[in-house]
Design a protein around this ligand. Structure first.
Ligand code: ASP
Ligand code: MG
Length: 595
């Protein structure tokens, strides 16, 4: 007998009809002989209403009372769901997070799951019940009710599936599955049948997502197959597992993060404490800093651009202003009308020319790229918000995301059934004993000291420049790894990239020619650089993680020259002579998290 977890989001339990229809789905699975745990969100827009109500009585309600209030939304749904199932003739018991024993830390409104007790749920299941669990909530060590952050019921569902060793976690929602991009934004988006955890993690944090990204972290960490499907039909949706839909596909999804703000700092001294001083206070306010791009510009001074959600723009500026002054840096040209367009694909890790293709298609659409960051499986560009939709459409078309890849896995669901090994409850319990479930996991810290860096300062801000640079390099067979472009001012940007050291002279020659042609300042380069990579799970949702790296390197007196962050990896470039020291320092720092 298998166990499955089914999660129904707010729209799937919005009224009594829908609750009954969800109840029937649970009953059907139960009739198939499976044990069923149902996780539900608050009905419809109930959470929004509760939040609005709170603000009517208090402009700044405390986080603890917010949790007390919001948790009631899910409590309503679980009770109704249990009643609905009972009315259809089956046994069901509803449980709140506290009753299950979903233990979290005490960060109200953003709590993280530490552990989940399974005894009570198991006992109820073994007695033939369908167990209805309240999503989104838990309890801390003081017995205070906590919530996991908006959208957190997904995380409850996948976490429960993990601790119960479920065969799959079905996420019933108002869309049919995971699309290549948000179909409400781009109608030509295609429903994918399978997507990998890593791709989904990137997409989730880019806002194209149907799911809470912490739920995907759980899926990956505990190897829970997640099936995202429509609650309004019986059609199969998309499976989120370790492998992508088609192994040779460079790009499998695209995303638009519409409301971003760009902050540029100029003349940041090349001192070990720079990153830490700027970002630690921002992270302390739980603001997620994104697209951090640092470019070595003029001697000893660098330019640093980063993005934050538009809602947090003013607050971020207020936090960093005094820090910038302390450092002797300046605030550059900032904007809150920018959007980020990203492409994601596991396949791009071993294919060349993906970035170049993306830049060219944007150039052809007449779109200027303001900032660039690339990581192993993601390329993000920042564009003016007025061009964002066109940019998304262009990349979606360029990578043929509307067409099913020829090598796509034919029947992911059958494949999963045939290959899935489900652990026994005892195995699962022993695996999870003593584990802090949502703690960050670091897979490795590695050093690559075989690369060099080139920087083109003050590249004109106009469509086609980035495309030209990377096409010229590709024509001569130069293999580009990291690409970072930071915003300098309204007219120009700084662009840095890394190449294999053996190709440094050639790349430099090409860059010099380009600089001549484009009338740029003298190009800069460094032959001996070291790239440090920290890979793991939860790197970005744990905002303190990058900060921890900055701090460790600061203490070791190692300045960071370039950096980029993604969900699953943080890459840093330091001076070549400091590579070993940086490696030791980061390994020390993450000693206890290294899995
Ligand atoms: N009800 C909560 C929210 O609206 C949790 C969830 O729906 O996942 O954010
Ligand atoms: Mg939701």
């Amino acid at each position: 007998m298998a166990l499955i977890v089914q999660k129904f989001g707010g729209t799937s339990v919005a009224d009594s009809e829908k609750i009954l229809s969800a109840a029937r789905k649970a009953i059907r699975a139960h009739q198939n002989g499976d044990q069923v745990v149902v996780v539900v969100s608050a009905m419809g827009k109930n959470t929004d209403h509760l939040i609005a109500l709170a603000h009517e009585v208090n402009e700044h309600p405390s986080a603890r009372e917010m949790d007390m209030l919001l948790a009631t939304g899910e409590q309503v749904s679980v009770a109704l769901m249990a009643m609905a199932i009972a009315s259809l003739g089956y046994k069901a018991v509803s449980l709140t997070g506290a009753q299950i024993g979903i233990h979290t830390d005490s960060s109200h409104t953003k709590a993280r799951i530490r552990s989940i007790s399974t005894e009570r749920v198991r006992k109820l299941l073994d007695e033939g019940n369908i167990v209805i669990a309240a999503g989104f909530q838990g309890i801390d060590e003081n017995y205070d009710i906590t919530t996991l952050g908006r959208g957190g019921s997904d995380t409850t569902a996948v976490a429960l599936a993990a601790v119960l060793g479920a065969e799959t976690c079905e996420i019933y929602t108002d869309v049919d599955g995971v699309y290549t991009t948000d179909p409400r934004v781009l109608p030509e988006a295609r429903l994918t049948r399978q997507v990998s955890y890593d791709e989904m993690l990137e997409l989730a944090s880019l806002g194209a997502s149907v799911m809470h990204n912490r739920s995907i972290e759980f899926g990956k960490k505990f190897n829970v197959p997640i099936h995202v499907r429509s609650s309004f039909s019986d059609r199969l949706g998309s499976l989120i597992v370790a492998e992508p839909e088609a192994p040779d596909q460079a790009v499998s999804g695209a995303a638009l993060t519409k409301n971003e703000a760009r902050i540029s700092l100029l003349d940041v001294p090349d001192v070990p404490q720079a990153c830490f001083q700027i970002f630690a206070p921002v992270a302390a306010e739980k603001i997620t800093v994104d697209m951090i791009v640092q470019n070595p510009a003029t001697d000893g001074l660098s330019n640093l651009s980063f993005t934050v959600p538009r809602d947090e723009y003013e607050q971020t500026l207020a936090i960093i202003r005094p820090r910038i002054e302390e450092l002797g840096a300046r605030l550059g040209d900032c904007s809150d009308s920018v959007s980020k367009v990203s492409v994601v694909g596991l396949g791009m890790a071993h294919q060349v020319g993906v970035a170049k293709r993306m830049f060219r298609c944007l150039a052809n659409a007449g779109i200027d790229i303001q900032m660039i960051t690339t990581s192993e499986i993601k390329i993000s560009v920042l564009v003016d918000r007025s061009q964002a939709l066109q940019a998304l459409r262009s990349v979606h078309e360029e990578f043929s995301l509307d067409k099913r890849p020829e090598t796509a896995i034919t029947n992911p669901f059958e494949h999963l059934k045939a290959n899935r090994q489900v652990s026994s409850p005892a195995e699962v319990i022993s695996r999870l004993r003593g584990i802090d479930m949502e703690a960050i996991t670091i897979h490795g810290v590695t050093l690559d000291d075989t690369q060099s860096r080139l920087t083109l300062p003050r590249l004109p801000n106009r469509a086609g420049v980035a495309a030209k640079v990377f096409e010229s390099l590709a024509e001569q067979g130069v293999f580009v790894d990291m690409i970072l472009q930071s915003w300098f001012n309204a007219d120009s940007s700084d662009l840095s990239f890394t190449v294999p050291r053996s190709q440094y002279p050639l790349a430099r020659e090409i860059a010099e020619k380009l600089a001549d042609e484009l009338g740029l300042l003298a190009i800069k380069g460094k032959e001996l650089i070291a790239k440090l990579a920290v890979s793991g799970i939860g790197l970005r949702s744990h905002t303190g993680m990058a900060i921890g790296m900055f701090e460790a390197l600061m203490q070791a007196q190692i300045p960071i020259e370039m950096l980029n962050t993604s969900e699953v990896r943080v890459n840093l470039i330091v001076d070549g002579s400091l590579g070993r020291a940086a490696l030791n320092c980061l390994q020390q720092r993450f000693r206890s998290e290294l899995s």
